[in-house]
Ligand binder design. Structure first.
Ligand SMILES: [Zn+2]
Length: 429
């Protein structure tokens, strides 16, 4: 029997409401049972006593940088970083070089993921040809090739007519329209959140209104088309309120938020720390509190990393010309614990729901549950383990994290994908 038995951990499966000491048996890559006193019958055994056993995390927003920017990340390194962070399924964004606007490129990513990756990779296709924001890509052909959602992530689709037409198409295809919601005119050349810190540093600001305006437009167009609109990396109090209201009115609107927007504010930019330069920007405390409230009340269903690797050539430069983004896969769990669980906003099952079955459902991905027959994907972690991050030890090819040197609590111990142990005792196998 090709099996793996994870014995005696605190099994939390938010989809089924399971929370208790159990064994989990995986046979032939799939969950074969969750219960007490399960027998190995020749299966390999992992002792999980004192550890939490969760479905593997599902991250809806990752930049793998391949093809085209392999100096920053590859499918091989990015999926290893995912595994180290407990992520067993990820959606990768199409703003590669060239962008994922053709079935051949979607196929290329899937082939690379199958041959060189260690977690499940689900590509997101471009909305527009060459991400030019004007001419729609062949969404049906991209869907046929394996795209699970559509986005011009990196930029908003500024052409409302294109958005309208794309929403009609994604509705027919049964997949979400994913918006990077920042109106490029309202951004007005800003490089961080427009507020007290940008004034102190003398940096041009990006108003949160730039996000709100695109979210409002998309909600109107999604309602008309009957489409599912998903707001990527939501960051402003205004857009949380808009999505909450739209959901109450029955519009199919969902959202994800990043761990860094939940934990940090614009003050983290400090003295021009480019590691804290992200799009949308880290905002101020009232915005952060609105995001937490949105996660707690279900306006925001998913936590997604927006893992965005950049090298020193793009980050060790003056703030205004630095690239935007930070890596996040390998700090996902501890940052979420610090932002949401330790202050008492969510309990552990509540957090895990937003990292597993809720995001899986948004993009209709397999996984995220421990149902019998589900993929044998697990994250086994020590909720209490304290450690200090050394960015040089990251599996990601890039080390652009503001959490370097920070004391973190909560550490991934084992990551299992399809019954294969990819990370054992915190190290890639
Ligand atoms: Zn984005």
């Amino acid at each position: 029997m090709n099996g793996l038995l994870i014995k005696g951990g605190r099994v939390i499966d938010p989809a089924s409401g399971t929370d208790g000491v159990r064994d989990v048996l995986i046979v032939d890559g799939r969950i074969a049972g969750v219960g007490t006193g399960l027998k190995a019958n020749g299966a390999a055994v992992i002792d999980a006593k004192g550890l939490v056993v969760s479905p593997g995390f599902v991250d809806l927003h990752v930049h793998l940088r391949e093809p085209g920017q392999e100096g920053k990340e590859t499918i091989a390194t990015g999926t290893r970083a995912a595994a180290k962070g407990g992520v067993t399924s990820l959606a990768c964004m199409p703003n590669t070089v060239p962008p994922l606007d053709s079935p051949a490129l979607i196929g290329h990513v899937l082939h690379k993921a199958a041959t060189e990756g260690v977690v499940r990779v689900y590509p997101v296709g471009c909305i527009s040809h060459e991400r030019n924001g004007e001419v729609m890509a062949d969404l049906a052909a991209l869907r046929e090739a394996g795209a699970v959602a559509f986005s011009d992530d990196g930029n908003a689709v500024m052409n409302a007519l294109l958005t309208r037409r794309a929403m009609v198409n994604v509705k027919a295809l049964g997949v979400p329209y994913v918006e990077h919601a920042e109106d490029e005119h309202l951004l007005d050349g800003g490089v961080m959140h427009e507020g007290r810190t940008s004034l102190r540093l003398g940096l041009p600001g990006r108003t949160s209104l730039a996000e709100d305006v695109i979210v409002a437009r998309d909600l109107i167009l999604a309602e008309a088309a009957g489409a599912h609109v998903h707001i990527a990396h939501i960051s402003s109090a205004g857009s949380v309120a808009l999505v909450r209201d739209a959901r109450r009115r029955g519009i199919r609107a969902t959202a994800e938020v990043t761990p860094h927007h939940l934990l940090l504010t614009d003050e983290a930019v400090g003295e021009f720390d480019t590691r804290c330069k992200v799009n949308p920007p880290l905002r101020d405390e009232p915005h952060r509190q609105a995001l937490i409230a949105g996660v707690v009340d279900g306006t925001i269903q998913a936590i997604a990393t927006d893992h965005a690797p950049h090298g020193p050539l793009d980050k060790d430069v003056e703030f205004t010309s630095a690239a935007s983004g930070m890596v996040g896969l390998e700090t996902l769990l501890p940052v979420c614990l610090e932002a949401l669980v330790h202050p008492g906003h969510l309990d552990l099952p509540g957090l895990l729901a937003r990292l597993t079955h809720l995001p899986a459902r948004l993009f209709d991905l397999p996984g995220g549950t421990l149902d019998v027959g589900a993929p044998g994907d697990l994250c086994v972690f020590d909720e209490k383990a304290a450690w200090v991050l050394d960015a040089r030890t990251l599996a990601s090819r890039s080390h652009n994290t503001p959490f370097d040197g920070r004391k973190l609590t909560g550490r991934v111990v084992h990551t299992i994908v399809g019954g294969r142990v990819i990370v054992r005792d915190g190290a890639l196998t």
